[in-house]
Write a protein that binds this ligand. Structure first.
Ligand SMILES: Nc1nc2c(ncn2[C@@H]2O[C@H](COP(=O)(O)OP(=O)(O)OP(=O)(O)O)[C@@H](O)[C@H]2O)c(=O)[nH]1
Ligand SMILES: [Mg+2]
Length: 292
């Protein structure tokens, strides 16, 4: 199914129709943060902790440079092998070549496949630097923002506006110098953010992912956030927002495809006219849209 989603198969509308009644159960955890902070390692540790609770776990890596994609560092591959023979763990990376709408369309559809297949938790790893990664993180029920000391990440993250998307902050590589300083810096930034008293206050969890240190704490924070979201009705609000984004990006991709088929020819002629000053670009755009 995920291969079909990657390749934007023409069968997807039919498949998604069949899957729809079986979706809505999986808890989606988004793992995002700058390159190399330890997202894949943390995902591996989380899988181990969730398996100890007997959950079925899926991992989806949407970053093409991710170790899960096979362009991997040997160490990471060895680490993931711990789960390779476990039939209740499924790990996949996803490319979106040729997919109209790219990740924005493909990611939520892949999550549907995991969900319908009966996974209790799906961990989705993205690199949190660009807008599309932020969009992907927004498809999650719970967003973990990973940072690590020694990169000036705290400040960078604030600049990129990604501090707002974190439900839980993880300071990984806490075995390294500067971890405490980063925690303090984050605490100040969170306190400065404008939040209402009844809003969730994002906790900061310190971890050493490759030693499993702090992972139980992280899981406890995830559980607390989940309970808060469900009790406050925010879990549902986020799901509706996710569905909205899904429909919108599919609709826009469809429009773009139609534009390529029927809008392109008229566009050439109109472009000539615009370049000669015979028509203004707004009027030309109106004509193209009207002709679709
Ligand atoms: N010192 C230290 N190193 C760690 C820790 N966790 C992960 N690493 C190492 O950091 C490196 C990057 O870890 P990954 O898990 O691949 O990081 P990532 O964020 O998934 O990287 P990209 O997917 O490439 O963005 C690896 O060499 C890990 O072994 C940690 O807690 N402490
Ligand atoms: Mg990775």
């Amino acid at each position: 199914l995920i291969s079909w989603i990657e390749n934007a198969s023409a069968a997807l509308p039919m498949i998604m129709k069949e899957l729809a009644p079986d979706t809505g159960r999986a808890h989606v955890i988004g793992l995002t943060g700058p390159p190399g902070v330890g997202k894949s390692t943390t995902a591996t540790s989380l899988v181990r902790a969730l398996r100890a609770r007997d959950e079925r776990v899926g991992v989806l890596a949407v970053d093409p440079s991710s170790p899960f994609s096979g362009g991997a560092l040997l160490g990471d591959r060895v680490r993931m092998q711990e789960h390779a023979l476990d039939r209740d763990v499924y790990i996949r990376s996803m490319a979106t070549r040729g997919h109209l709408g790219g990740l924005a369309v493909a990611t939520p559809q892949a999550l549907r496949a995991f969900d319908a297949a009966g996974f209790d938790t799906v961990v989705i790893e993205t690199v949190g630097v660009g807008q599309s990664e932020i969009e992907v993180a927004e498809t999650a029920d719970t967003v973990l923002l990973l940072l690590a000391p020694g990169m000036g990440d705290g400040i960078q993250a604030a600049k990129a506006g990604i501090l707002e998307i974190g439900d839980i902050f993880v300071v990984n590589k806490s075995d390294r110098e500067g971890a405490q300083a980063l925690v303090r810096e984050l605490r100040t930034m969170i306190a400065l953010g404008d939040r209402d008293a009844e809003d969730w206050k994002p906790p900061i969890v310190s971890t050493v992912a490759y030693d499993n240190r702090g992972i139980e704490d992280l899981l406890a924070s995830i559980d607390r956030f989940r309970a808060f979201q469900v009790a406050s009705g925010r879990a549902q609000i986020r799901r509706i927002a996710r569905a909205r984004g899904e429909v919108e990006s599919i609709a826009l991709a469809k429009l773009r495809a139609e534009f390529r088929i029927s809008g392109d020819a008229s566009l050439n002629d109109l472009a000539k006219a615009v370049s000669r000053g015979e028509i203004d670009p707004y009027a030309a755009a109106e004509k193209v849209v009207a002709g679709l």
